[in-house]
Ligand binder design. Structure first.
Ligand code: MSP
Length: 650
């Protein structure tokens, strides 16, 4: 019997000192999508999250509210669970550090390390950052403040237990060197290595000046340091310290997902605790970037925290999940703004995906009474190109997800959606219907529906609701029983009766946003390119121009040969076009409205005699015409394939 591959993934356990914001939802959404994907790919998955409820910060917050720490955390932890439910987060276990099982695990860890001589008693005299629950050496402070959160630190002097971190530093460095996959991405590995090399001090692992924590087993007037307590949660979920099957099966964890500012705890303190316990080190700790708001870190004091519940009520859950995973390159910082969320939703979800489903099912109703036809005609070259891409897609997405490249995984799924949209234009089913070419029409409709079936399966781990909605509209059953193997081409059964429903992503009206100042303005050059791609009336209405003015504009038909995104400019696409007499490069602000693939082969109208300009360092020799709808949707003006490149337009 072959053993199933397994995947144990964790999120940080969040402090219930306040409600969670969209930044916290980011990590958990990624973890959930990974867990769902690996399950879908046939792996055995354990996904654990939780709450980090002890420590001075929580005790103070509860006191300020005049309630007991436990009553305080109970209420906030309930709100965490409510949020995860609303976000469709399907965890297997939720560890609360106030759980009895966790209490036992932490005390066992402390006792074991103490018994073998790696914990000793001394006096701590130094600085402490309560918001970060971190001890700092004087020489690491910045202007006397915490180097992480920049807030004031407190001088602490108390009897404490110390953990011999310093003793393990050489062993840890060696481990990191021999296991390059342990700390990812690489830039963070270098940071951690430098930190270790600059000298590790023994770590203070108990406090006496407050009591909201787990008592030190050998000395009850001490409580265990909150990070020592919290990190242990990853073992609590496996029933540690009792030897048991869970522990054997799932340890070491495959992936701890953490924010970049808590890498140190996970890649220095945690592996050293595990070395002292004689347990294996987790395979990977991945430090992701922060989700910023207008390029600034979200924080309550700045008043710029974004509440995910409010967003879900307004936009639904999948646009938020999609935005978090698609917009940000995992590992880097990324920006959240309402405008960007709306643009992404309208462009990728409403236009590309929603319209593809809608128009395909409308045509199917018209031509085949909504019933999936036989693909009776042999595929031509255009059909084959679509089918070939769809065939390799499941494997491609699997390897991108394994490499934690979630945004690229989504891009590759959207490439199939883009290709299918282009395929509709190329195969023009309405023309086949006019010719009464039922066999070929059947093949074309089948190919579109089968592409949509595969898309539904592949996006379900990322966007569970959307995957199910597409599946239902396709008239299919038992979605949960399908796995990655079912993304094989050709499993859609002819004769299936589809169930066309409402559009799955109605466009978000941008007018509604007009009263609100935009949270992020497009960069100047991009805005210029967008204006060029979709010229807004610059003259007051009613000003007439003579024909000689219009004739100054040389307009020609151009065929788009290549289209690629411009690095670092999410609105721009770099196009190579054939204008009949020569090949030119044009930079156009249409990236939010088209996948590059959708443009290849299109015959567009270009202003040939426009002065060349540079946008983001890229030469642009001309501009293409596009129409902008009142809702802000941009469509390039195009002519049919019968009009050769270079033809004059006037
Ligand atoms: N309780 C500790 C973790 C203990 S894990 C053994 C903690 N909690 S936290 O609530 O402050 O933060 C939890 C996680 O949320 C961190 O990984 C942090 O990076 C992440 N984020 C907080 N704000 C964030 C953004 N704005 N963007 C992305 N992640 C953010 O630290």
């Amino acid at each position: 019997m072959s053993v199933k591959e397994r995947f144990y993934v964790t999120t940080p356990i969040y402090y219930p000192s306040d409600n969670l914001h969209i930044g916290h939802a980011y990590t958990t959404t990624v973890a959930d999508s990974l867990a769902r994907w690996h399950r879908f790919a046939g792996r055995d998955v354990l996904f654990v999250t939780g709450s980090d409820e002890h420590g001075q910060k929580i005790q103070r917050a509860a006191a300020a509210k005049g309630v007991s720490p436990k009553a305080y955390v109970d209420e906030i932890v309930a709100s965490f669970k409510h949020l995860w439910e609303k976000m469709n987060i399907k965890y297997d276990d939720f560890v609360r550090t106030t759980d009895e099982r966790h209490h036992k695990a932490v005390q066992a860890v402390f006792q074991k390390i103490y018994d073998q001589g790696d914990i000793y008693k001394s006096t701590y005299e130094g600085w402490y950052c309560t918001p970060c629950e971190t001890f700092w050496l004087e020489n690491r402070l910045e202007d006397g403040n915490c180097p992480d959160c920049k807030r004031p630190v407190e001088l602490v002097q108390e009897e404490s237990y110390f953990f011999r971190l310093s003793k393990y530093a050489p062993r840890l460095l060696e481990y990191i060197e021999e296991h390059p996959e342990f700390i990812q991405p690489e830039s963070r590995r270098n940071e951690m290595v430098n930190f270790i090399k600059s000298g590790l001090e023994d770590l203070c692992v108990s406090r006496t000046t407050f009591d909201w924590g787990i008592p030190v087993p050998i000395d009850e007037k001490h409580v265990i340091y909150v990070w020592f307590d919290a990190l242990t949660n990853y073992l609590t979920a496996l029933g540690y310290p009792e030897p048991n099957e869970m522990l054997d099966k799932w340890w070491p964890a495959d992936l701890h997902l953490v924010g970049k500012e808590i890498m140190r705890f996970h890649t220095i303190i945690w592996p050293i605790m595990l070395m002292a316990l004689d347990l294996p080190i987790p395979k990977t700790v991945f430090g992701h970037g922060w989700l910023l708001f207008d390029s600034d870190k979200m924080s309550k004091s700045k008043g710029n925290v974004v509440d995910p519940l409010v967003l879900i009520d307004e936009f639904g859950v999948d646009p938020i999940r999609y935005f978090l995973m698609r917009e940000v390159s995992f590992g880097q910082d990324g920006n959240f703004s309402r405008r960007a969320l709306i643009e992404r939703t309208n462009a990728d979800l409403a236009n590309d995906l929603g319209n593809l489903l809608n128009r395909t099912l409308s045509m199917l109703n018209r031509y085949f009474d909504g019933v999936v036809p036989e693909p009776a005609a042999a595929p031509n070259e255009v059909d084959k190109a679509l089918i070939d891409y769809a065939k390799g897609l499941g494997e491609q997405v699997d390897s991108l997800v394994k490499g934690l490249k979630l945004n690229e995984a989504l891009v590759s799924i959207w490439r199939l959606i883009g290709r299918a949209n282009k395929y509709v234009d190329e195969r023009a089913p309405w023309n086949l219907a006019k010719l009464e070419n039922k066999d070929e029409l059947g093949t074309v409709m089948y190919n579109l529906l089968e592409s949509l079936r595969i898309v539904a399966l592949l996006i379900k781990p990322f966007l569970p609701e959307t995957g199910s909605k597409i599946w239902d509209q396709l008239g299919l059953e038992d979605l949960e029983e399908n796995s990655l193997a079912d993304t094989t081409w050709g499993l859609l059964v002819p004769g299936t009766k589809t169930r066309k429903g409402d559009p799955i992503f109605p466009r978000i009206e941008v007018e509604r946003e007009a009263d609100e100042p935009a949270k992020t303005e497009p960069k100047k050059e991009e805005a210029k390119a967008e204006a060029k791609a979709a010229p807004a009336p610059s003259e007051p209405e009613g000003v007439l121009i003579g024909i000689e003015d219009f004739m100054k504009c040389e307009l020609v038909v151009a065929e788009i040969l290549e289209a690629v995104p411009v690095k670092g400019a999410d609105r721009l696409l770099k196009l190579q076009v054939d204008i009949g007499t020569e090949r030119r490069q044009i930079v156009a602000g249409i990236a939010q409205h088209y996948q590059p693939d959708q443009l290849i082969g299109k015959r567009v109208i270009v202003v040939k005699n426009l002065k060349p300009a540079k946008l983001r360092g890229e030469l642009s020799q001309g501009m293409l015409l596009a129409a902008t709808t009142p809702e802000g949707r941009v469509e390039v003006v195009s002519v049919s394939d019968g009009v050769p490149a270079g033809s004059k337009v006037k």
